[in-house]
Design a protein around this ligand. Structure first.
Ligand code: GN1
Ligand code: MG
Length: 364
């Protein structure tokens, strides 16, 4: 890391480096120089992201599109070129590094403390989605193949069950059955996508609240970050992943499952912010927002369980049962969603209606 930062042109000499503990894949550091300038330096996990060039070129295409088409609504992170003139530094020991200037006075929340903050993050992701409405999604590379293809996630899950390489299968029979029983509903959106019933768009695909930077004083969104998984996808997945993470009443790795529920007020706040900021959503997309939340939650739980069976090779862990704990919170959320399904649908319908009424009033 010390070697890596010196490949980037910084204002002053780097004197301090602190790790930012956020995210399960890459490693992120805050670097401060002797002049007080701050930078974010990131090590990219090439096991997860073997196509670093594809990530960087997707990002370049999106930034230039947004610069041209968006009237300065939201900033974009722009990476700094290395002193060698490349957009990342390859340390030749299997590590890729990139850097950007720290966004002044910004904060990144690990969970929303208020419904207002959550709604603001929804507006940020909704804006991002709307700004990319006319972007030719098919020109983006898939940085991770079949990332949110739930049918393929089931295939990988079954492979992990069949090989049971760590001998952990017997211990998770209940969780395995939970996933298998819900296959049809879990794959519903993928099937709609294949039938052309949902538009394939340029989407973010990792819409946790900690992927939005907020102004430290006003809590207004400044920009959306972590664009590694921007690729062709479904807007309902962007909605759903944010709900999965942000509308849960407990942390993703909470072990006391009685504390894990879907907060319906947060669900409403996010739906309001997202729909308001993204008027390009089609009727089908709006109707499928609850399904987006269901889909991302079961898929993510299945991914944690798959990784647990595979011996924790994908998500970083702090304890042996970490991925198992994470998968259990997702399944608890799913049970809660099943119980409140009609309410979730009603909230979306109400928020949609509210928006339509608002638009009518503005037009008349
Ligand atoms: C990973 O690293 P992070 O926290 O941004 C994962 C997401 C999961 C998330 C679960 C590339 O994101 O898909 O939803 O963990 N990212 C990748 O918290 O797999
Ligand atoms: Mg991420």
């Amino acid at each position: 890391m010390q070697e890596a930062i010196f490949h980037f042109p910084t204002d002053g000499t780097p004197v301090k480096c602190e790790q930012i503990k956020s995210g399960h894949i890459n490693q992120t550091y805050l670097i401060t120089t002797d002049t007080g300038a701050k930078y974010i330096l990131q090590w990219v996990n090439q096991f997860v992201f073997p196509k670093v060039d594809a990530i960087m070129s997707n990002m370049a295409a999106i930034s230039s599109f947004l610069r041209e088409h968006q009237s300065g609504k939201m900033a974009m992170i722009s990476y700094i070129d290395t002193v060698e003139g490349k957009n990342y530094y390859d340390d030749e020991h299997g590590g890729c590094w990139r850097a950007y200037r720290f966004v002044d006075n910004s904060i990144c929340l690990q969970h929303a403390e208020t419904a207002e903050d959550f709604e603001e993050s929804a507006r940020a992701f909704g804006n991002f989605q709307y700004a990319l409405n006319k972007f030719p999604a098919e020109t983006l590379e898939e940085t991770i193949a079949n990332f949110h293809n739930t049918v393929d996630r089931y295939r990988l899950f079954r492979e992990a069950i069949d090989s049971d390489c760590k001998g952990r299968l017997a211990q998770v029979a209940k969780e395995v059955a939970f996933v298998l029983e819900r296959e049809e509903k879990a794959c519903h959106l993928q099937h709609m996508r294949e039938r052309g019933e949902l538009p394939v768009r340029a989407t973010h695909n990792d819409t946790k609240i900690n992927n939005v930077l907020l102004d430290a004083d006003t809590h207004k969104a400044l920009c959306v970050i972590d664009l590694d998984t921007v690729m062709p996808g479904l807007s309902v997945h962007d909605f759903g992943d944010a709900i999965r993470f942000g509308a849960s009443t407990a942390a993703e790795d909470e072990t006391d499952l009685s504390r894990v529920n879907l907060d319906l007020d947060f669900f409403r706040s996010f739906a309001r912010g997202f729909m308001e900021a993204c008027p390009s959503l089609t009727e089908n997309e709006i109707n499928m927002l609850p399904m987006g939340a269901y889909n991302m939650t079961i898929e993510c739980g299945m991914r944690f369980l798959t990784d647990y069976l595979n011996g924790d090779v994908y998500f970083s862990i702090d304890r042996e049962s970490h991925n198992l704990d994470r998968c259990r919170t997702q399944f608890k959320l799913i049970s809660d969603m099943e119980e409140h399904w009609e309410e979730m649908e009603r909230i979306i319908a109400e928020e949609h209606q509210r928006l339509e009424n608002g638009v009518c009033c503005q037009n008349s």
